[in-house]
Design a binder for this molecule. Structure first.
Ligand code: FAD
Ligand code: NAP
Length: 313
């Protein structure tokens, strides 16, 4: 039988939204518990330089998240390394079960589970995941020193990954389905100026080609979106950078969602369709998806929870 813990505010997630909620809920004397999940620190731990966190001209993503964790703890938030496997929002107190076997009950819940990398869903992508196919350049770029690499996507993540990978690769081909990037102009500028990067417009990935023994990627087959012509490009590494989907597994059948699974909140608040449950950060935001907006929503969620709890008394 696992441990049983009760808290006034349970914060699920340890990205900028969760840690900021932890700071504010602690300062409101709500003695919150924050459960970190499988990725302590969240998405920013998978990147290098962050240049748009106010107050830091440049900061490494993992360092920023270590500082946020320390800040949250210093304010009195209990930070627990556990993963929620179940969350029951049908009755109060709300009940969550951790992978550790601990059962958490809470008067209010702040959901800050963020987002996870999307995959294309190709059988060959699945077959070579971890053997040449990756969604994290920071984690895996080092393995491709002197090799040719392809990156799929046209947003900030794809461009940043491509730029970062030039530290290792001999050549990076950025494959995008249009001829226009979504990435910020400053990143586009750096991409175009980098001699190691070659964009390939109007193409999608058809197949990752490789060997079985040893399991290694050798090339990618790409298809022109208009002509359908298939070309093979040599590559030892394939980085999929086509965006992120909300991590809503715990709540998708219990809370109202919109735009493909983002948790719906009352505009201008973090209140979800279940009173006492608040959502902050990328889990509820299909538009901005930034560290600073997530942190802002974490603050709002803690203040909303504080007010809601006071009204219940
Ligand atoms: P996330 O950071 O996604 O964190 C979610 C947290 O929830 C994680 O800790 C996870 O472990 C936890 N969790 C999930 N499921 C469970 C569960 N079942 N139980 C317990 N915990 C759970 N934004 C910028 O502003 N500037 C940048 O330079 C920038 N660079 C980026 C680079 C990359 C490669 C990526 C992927 C994103 C980048 N972003 C950047 C976007 C930014 O990282 C996100 O907007 C931000 O991290 C979202 O914060 P969040 O707190 O909502 O969630
Ligand atoms: P994104 O902005 O949603 O971009 C995803 C890219 O992948 C788009 O170019 C899209 O093409 C392409 N794509 C999607 N599905 C595809 C498919 N099935 N096949 C081929 N291509 C596909 O995602 P992101 O780049 O991960 O960024 C997510 C959020 O994090 C954004 O808000 C971003 O600003 C933020 N972020 C910020 C920074 C920063 O501030 N430096 C860094 C990284 C991320 P189309 O363009 O044709 O739709």
């Amino acid at each position: 039988m696992g441990e049983a813990r009760h808290t006034r505010v349970l914060i699920i997630g340890s990205g900028p939204a969760g840690y900021t909620a932890g700071v504010y809920a602690s300062r409101a004397m709500l003695d919150p518990i924050l459960v970190q999940g499988i990725e302590p620190g969240g998405q920013l731990t998978t990147t290098t330089e962050v240049e748009n966190w106010p107050g830091d001209t440049e900061v490494q993503g993992p360092d920023l998240m270590v500082r946020m964790e320390a800040h949250t703890k210093a304010m009195g938030c209990e930070v627990i390394g556990d993963i929620m496997t179940d969350l029951d929002l049908s009755k109060r107190p709300f009940t969550a079960t951790g992978d550790s076997g601990t059962t958490y009950t809470a008067d209010a819940v702040i959901l800050a589970t963020g987002a996870r990398a999307k995959w294309l869903g190709l059988p060959s992508e699945e077959a070579f995941k971890g053997f040449g196919v990756s969604a994290c350049a920071t984690c895996d770029g080092f393995f491709y020193r002197g090799q040719e690499i392809v990156v799929i996507g046209g947003g900030n993540t794809a461009v940043e990954e491509a730029l970062f990978l030039t530290n290792f690769a001999s050549k990076v081909t950025l494959i995008h389905r249009r001829d226009e990037l979504r990435a910020e102009k400053i990143l586009q500028d750096r991409l175009m100026k980098n001699p190691k990067i070659e964009p390939l417009w109007f193409h999608t990935l058809d197949e990752v080609v490789g060997t079985d023994m040893p399991k290694d990627v050798e090339a990618v087959r790409v298809r022109h979106v208009d002509t359908g012509e298939v070309t093979e490009i040599p590559a030892k590494g394939v980085f999929i950078a086509i965006g992120h989907a909300p991590a809503n597994e715990l709540v998708k059948d219990q809370l109202e969602t919109y735009m493909g699974g983002y948790v719906k909140v009352i505009p201008g608040t973090t209140e979800t369709s279940v009173p006492g449950v608040f959502a902050a950060g990328d889990i509820t935001d299909p538009v901005y998806r930034q560290a600073v907006t997530s942190a802002g929503m974490g603050c709002m969620a803690a203040l909303d929870a504080e007010r809601w709890l006071a009204e219940q008394e």
